[in-house]
Each structure stands twice: as structure tokens, then as C-alpha cells.
Design a protein around this ligand. Structure first.
Ligand SMILES: C[S@@+](CC[C@H](N)C(=O)[O-])C[C@H]1O[C@@H](n2cnc3c(N)ncnc32)[C@H](O)[C@@H]1O
Ligand code: SF4
Length: 455
């Protein structure tokens, strides 16, 4: 591998958050009154547009690498019961607004929202359209496990306005997928994509992972050469976060089959090289998109964002999470729904929004969140210009800039002025570490067991 700073990157591989928010979700601990939450929702302008995230925490079989909030259900009944709770939650939420808010984006994630049967998916979207304002520009995106894609469901997605699909692929090699309890031959993903495109659902993202058992440079070659036939608009290439202390099913993965960090690094670099060779543009730390995809336009126009769903061009001022464990955000708050199904259910049945945690952002949080998001999106920041727009003195961040400056000798950053730095593509795996400098909650010693490795 030809990256000249490979060895230094490997030496700096520490455990850091993924920064899909700042503060990160474990810090949303501030207790608060139910009415504070209602006030925060009511402060959201109904005309600026919001996005809605709906979590479906069910899957038919556990993938042993899975870090998501989900549970296994072989029967459909729990999924159907949950759908009726979601419909009720939509009503309770809509009743808190005096005017119907405009919705810019609906994102269904999981777990496996693709488990919803065609008719039930239609019930859910119809309910949203009845209670919120949708326009012809409202996007509907759904995460799908290709193994559950059927013609009936795809027809329902097309009829109900789904505009984007993210497919969980991870890897195309049989041995890798068998070792994580997810057998998914290439033709399953290929046929799912063909069906989606036949019905006009043609914005396709594919999720791939590196760091899975038995992966090596040969399996990466196999996966990326097959990806050509799927021809997605976007690819997410996630580093497997192995956190068996948090997710017990990860213990089922034989640790001696996991690639060591030098191989993880090489897998990332090899994947990136294939993707760039196929004409994809790099977005942030782990996304790649075709030049004509809206993420590339957002990168150029400086309107790219990072939220709980990853990189996005969605610029809604509020994100509302529906369903057990969902996380939402308004300009002043973060909030999270009850992850525990019986408690979630009780709240809904008693006519309340199932809120568990709410966090009021301080002025300092908001400033740091903007800086961290900028670094994660653009791998660069001009702190002088930033502090001008934030109306604060750049001296406030002297300590952080001094810390980051120390990394220049390794080639992780280049300072164009004493306040403006860029992370070169060769050091992009160090981006989370560099962003963590601005995180006042981050203490590597205390959090060492809470996050996954940077590489
Ligand atoms: C919530 S899953 C939903 C997709 C769908 N359930 C499926 O598996 O096809 C979204 C993506 O998160 C990624 N993911 C899940 N667990 C992960 C982990 N432990 N580390 C890194 N990425 C992970 C996978 O790439 C997965 O496709
Ligand atoms: S990766 Fe997807 S299908 Fe597998 S257990 Fe996680 S959410 Fe379910």
C-alpha cells in the first residue's frame, strides 16, 4: 500500500465517537419536563420544513456485526402491532402543532423497515400525508435488507413516493457473510436492485463494511468488482465497530477471524481506490457518490450535513424521530424516544409522546457542533472565518488549534494560516480524532470502552 503516512495513522488509532451529533447521544442525559419537549416542538416553524425519521426495530435474523437497535421477530404480528403504535404516535405528534408542518424528508430505518408488508407501508405513508404537509419535492427514503425485497413491497414503495433506497450489502463474499450469520448471495442484491429500478425507484445507495471476519484484499476485490453490476448512486463504506461489551451478539463472531488494524486500514484504502477508480467522489470520511448525485452538489455548495443517518443534503431545521429509540433534534434540543418496547407502548397508549431523554443545547454546544460537523463534512475548517460568523473570538479555540497543530508533523493536517487547516485525503481516517479535539466531553481514558476504533 502506498500511503506514506500509514504507519503514523496506525499508531494513532484510538477509540473515538462517530460524531453523528454533538454532544454525542450518550450525553443526552438531562432530565426535563414533558412540557419542555412540547414547547421545543411547538417552537419549530411549520413552514421551514422538517424531516421525520421512523425507526422499525425488528429483524428476522440477527446479523452478528449489527450495532443497530433491533430485535428478532420471526412472526409478523409484533411488527403489525408496532405499526399501529406508530400510527397513533403520528396522531399524537401532529396534535401538538397548531398548523400542519411541511415535511421535506421521511427516512425509514431500523432494524428492517422493509419488513412492513405492502399494505402496511401504505397505511403508514398515508397517515403521514394526512397529518403533515407533503409536496411533490418531499423525499421518502428507506433502508432495505435485499433479502426481504419483494415485488409487492416494491410496487408499494413506488406508488407511495419512495425516492431513495439504501441497501444493506456489506460484502459479496460467501465466507465473510456466513461468518456474520447473514448469507446473502450476490444475485439477491442484484435482483432487488433490478426490481426497484423497474418500478422507477432509482436512487440507490449501497452499504458496505470493512473489518468483517475473513475479509482480505482478495475479498475486497471480489466485492468491488461485483458492485459495478449494481451501479449504485452512493456507497457508504463503514468500518465495522466491534463493541461486544455493548452488543452481546457480537461475541458470536470469532475474534481471531477479524482483520487486525493494519489490514482494516488496507481494506479501507483498497475500497476507496476501487470507488475512486469507478468514478465516485469522496464525501466526508466514509461516503462516496456519483458526480451527478445530490451529495456531490451539497459538498460543492457547502450545504452538506451530518446527522444520525449519516451524510445528507437535508437542511431541515428539525428532525423528529418516531418509534422506539429514535433520536430527534431541534435548533435548541436533542431528544430520544423510549428504547424499551413496553414503556414505549404504554406512553403511546396513554396518549403521550414516548420521550425518554431531552437535552437542552448550550451556546457552547451549538458552536462546537457546527465546527465538528464542518470538519466531518469538509475535512477542513477556517476557524477565523467560522468565528466571524459565530461572533466569537478565535482565541476561544487556541487550545484546540494548538493540539491539532501537533499532528501536522505526521501529515494528518496542513495549516494554511495559523487558524485554517485541511485534512488530506491520505489522513481522512484521522478525521474523527481531529474532530474530537473540539469535543469537551471527550476524554480518551474514560471513553476507551465506549467507542469503536478510529480505523
Ligand atoms: C441499520 S442497518 C439497516 C439496513 C438493513 N437492516 C440491512 O441490514 O440491510 C444500516 C447499516 O449500518 C451498518 N452497520 C450495522 N452495524 C454496524 C456496525 N457494528 N459497525 C459499522 N456499521 C454497521 C451496515 O452497513 C448496515 O447496512
Ligand atoms: S444489519 Fe440490518 S438486518 Fe442485520 S440485524 Fe442489523 S438491522 Fe437487522
Amino acid at each position: 500500500m502506498s500511503n506514506p503516512i500509514r504507519n503514523d495513522i496506525l499508531k494513532h488509532d484510538v477509540n473515538v465517537p462517530r460524531y453523528t451529533s454533538y454532544p454525542t447521544a450518550p450525553h443526552f442525559t438531562m432530565a426535563s419536563e414533558y412540557q419542555d419537549y412540547i414547547d421545543a416542538l411547538q417552537a419549530v416553524s411549520s413552514d421551514d420544513g422538517l424531516s421525520i425519521y421512523i425507526h422499525v426495530p425488528f429483524c428476522q435474523k440477527m446479523c452478528w456485526y449489527c450495532g443497530c437497535h433491533t430485535k428478532i421477530s420471526r412472526r409478523y404480528a409484533p411488527v403489525e402491532d408496532y405499526l399501529y403504535l406508530l400510527l397513533r404516535e403520528i396522531d399524537i405528534l401532529a396534535d401538538t402543532f397548531t398548523e400542519e408542518p411541511l415535511v421535506k424528508l421521511v427516512h425509514l430505518g431500523g432494524g428492517s423497515p422493509g419488513l412492513l408488508r405492502a399494505r402496511d407501508f401504505e397505511l403508514l405513508i398515508t397517515k403521514l400525508k394526512q397529518r403533515f404537509r407533503f409536496t411533490k419535492d418531499t423525499d421518502i427514503a428507506i433502508e432495505l435488507d435485499p433479502r426481504g425485497v419483494t415485488e409487492g413491497r416494491v410496487a408499494s414503495y413506488a406508488k407511495n413516493g419512495v425516492t431513495r433506497v439504501s441497501l444493506g450489502v456489506q460484502d459479496f463474499s460467501h465466507d465473510v457473510m456466513k461468518a456474520v450469520n447473514r448469507e446473502q448471495p450476490f444475485h439477491v442484491s442484484y435482483e432487488a436492485v433490478k426490481l426497484l429500478r423497474r418500478y422507477g425507484v432509482d436512487h440507490i445507495n449501497v452499504d458496505l463494511m470493512y473489518g468483517l471476519p475473513h475479509q482480505n484484499l482478495q475479498t475486497a476485490k471480489e466485492t468491488f468488482s461485483k458492485l459495478l453490476y449494481i451501479d449504485p448512486d452512493r456507497v457508504s463504506y463503514f468500518g465495522y465497530a466491534h463493541v461486544p461489551w455493548m452488543k452481546k451478539h457480537m461475541r458470536l463472531i470469532q475474534e481471531d477471524t477479524l482483520p487486525q488494524k493494519d489490514l482494516r486500514f488496507d481494506l479501507f484504502e483498497a475500497g476507496q481506490e476501487y470507488l475512486l477508480g469507478l468514478g465516485y467522489e469522496p464525501i466526508g470520511i466514509d461516503h462516496f457518490a456519483k458526480a451527478e448525485d445530490s451529495l456531490c452538489a451539497a459538498l460543492k455548495d457547502k450545504t452538506l450535513h451530518r446527522n444520525f443517518q449519516g451524510y445528507t443534503d437535508d437542511n431541515s431545521q428539525a428532525l423528529i424521530g418516531l418509534g422506539a429509540s429514535s433520536i430527534g433534534e431541534t435548533p435548541d434540543t436533542f431528544f430520544q424516544n423510549q428504547p424499551d418496547m413496553p414503556i414505549y407502548k404504554d406512553a403511546i397508549l396513554s396518549g403521550h409522546l414516548p420521550i425518554k431523554k431531552m437535552y437542552l443545547k448550550s451556546a457552547d454546544d451549538k458552536m462546537r457542533a457546527k465546527i465538528i460537523e464542518h470538519v466531518m463534512c469538509y475535512l477542513s475548517v477556517d476557524m477565523e472565518a467560522f468565528c466571524d460568523t459565530l461572533e466569537c473570538s478565535v482565541d476561544l479555540f487556541k487550545k484546540e488549534l494548538d493540539e491539532i497543530k501537533k499532528l501536522e508533523k505526521f501529515g494528518f493536517v496542513h495549516f494554511a494560516t495559523p487558524y485554517a487547516f485541511t485534512i488530506p485525503q491520505s489522513a481522512k481516517l484521522m478525521t474523527r480524532l481531529i474532530a474530537s479535539t473540539f469535543d469537551t466531553n471527550f476524554d480518551n481514558d474514560q471513553t476507551i470502552n465506549r467507542h469503536a476504533a478510529a480505523i
